[in-house]
Design a protein around this ligand. Structure first.
Ligand code: UDP
Ligand code: MG
Length: 315
């Protein structure tokens, strides 16, 4: 079957060191593949280095290399969303610019896509090379926690590296939410999606563009948008406190009546109770605040990103 047009979506933020090599490798894979049209969509997420210059040069040489440049840095998920919105392929593959996800696997993904007649192929990381122990550990914990908390199943150890077909792309583009946790949303959309296991390589060059601050924002969006369980935490904590309180009341009343305890001393237990309940209250207010903050973000209804320029698009 040679009737597939393939779109490859590549978010780029300060990737001047890798972008040329990434382009050549992806291009080679697409040229080797059995397809009926191809495009590589690079989204420049407000880079402050020469990434956009490189992309412009690539776009001049290759009409199938398309560039969307943002007015500033909006974030990885926003960049991928833009790619999904403007891609024209029958299938789209989302891939990082740093080549941690080997583009050669695109061939395997399209093969599985055809054989299994599914709507998506998601790449599951069996092993991660060249990443810090901290990153590996937090990622391991994150996917398990979100899978446990989420109201819909989200595959473990699976990033955005995946193939999705037009059915999924069209459904994705209908989603109105502004803060998108893409890997969760694509699972939530459903249809038949199958895994492909792979080893995540080292970054070609340069540093990670996901510092702790961005990682936390990403993880919080995932948790808040895919679970209401943290809100229920307040109820569980409340019941737990009532239980402890009941024991303390019993202890105080019975102790006093039976003259078993001195009533004036006791500042220690009071202090403990005040600190503990204070902490619990702040925690639950904080959780509430996070949800309210997300509602606030959504209700403002600002666009997810602002595009400065588009190259090699027909319009
Ligand atoms: N990225 C982006 N905007 C950002 C941060 C990252 O478009 O604000 C891109 C980056 O260029 C890369 C992909 O998202 O193509 C994943 O980032 P990175 O490889 O730095 O993350 P890591 O693999 O370390 O988690
Ligand atoms: Mg990376």
């Amino acid at each position: 079957m040679t009737d597939l047009k393939i779109s490859v979506i590549v978010p780029c933020f300060n990737e001047e060191e890798v972008i040329q090599r990434a382009y050549s490798r992806i291009k080679k894979v697409l040229d080797d593949s059995d397809n009926n049209g191809q495009e590589i969509i690079f989204i420049d997420d407000g880079s402050s280095d020469r990434t956009l210059d490189h992309l412009r040069a690539i776009a001049v040489r290759d009409k199938n290399a398309k560039v969307i440049s943002f007015s500033r840095n909006f974030g990885h998920q926003q960049a991928v969303s833009a790619g999904i919105r403007y891609c024209t392929g029958d299938v789209a593959v989302i891939i990082d610019a740093d080549m941690q996800d080997p583009p050669e696997l695109i061939l395997e993904m399209t093969r599985i896509y055809r054989n299994e007649s599914c709507n998506g192929v998601y790449a599951v990381r069996m092993k991660r090379k060249g990443e810090s122990a901290f990153k590996k550990l937090t990622a391991l914990a994150f996917y398990r926690i979100i899978n446990f908390l989420s109201d819909c199943p989200i595959p473990l150890d699976t990033g955005d590296f995946r193939l999705i077909d037009r059915t999924v792309i069209d459904e994705f583009n209908k989603l109105p939410e502004k803060n998108k946790f893409i890997r969760g949303l694509i699972s939530w959309i459903g249809f038949k999606q199958v895994p492909l296991y792979y080893i995540r390589e080292e970054r070609l060059a340069g540093e990670t563009k996901y510092p702790l601050r961005k990682m936390l924002k990403f993880a919080t969006t995932g948790l808040l948008y895919f679970s209401k369980k943290p809100l229920k935490l307040a109820i569980s904590l409340g019941f737990f406190n009532i239980l402890i309180g009941a024991f303390l009341i019993l202890y105080a009343v019975v102790g006093k009546l039976a003259n078993l305890i001195e009533t004036v001393p006791g500042w220690a237990s009071l202090l403990v109770a005040v600190i503990f309940f204070g902490g619990v209250q702040l925690l639950t207010i904080g959780v509430l605040g996070e949800y309210i903050g997300s509602i606030f973000d959504e209700i403002k209804a600002r666009p997810e990103f602002i595009i400065g320029q588009k190259l090699n698009f027909d319009d």
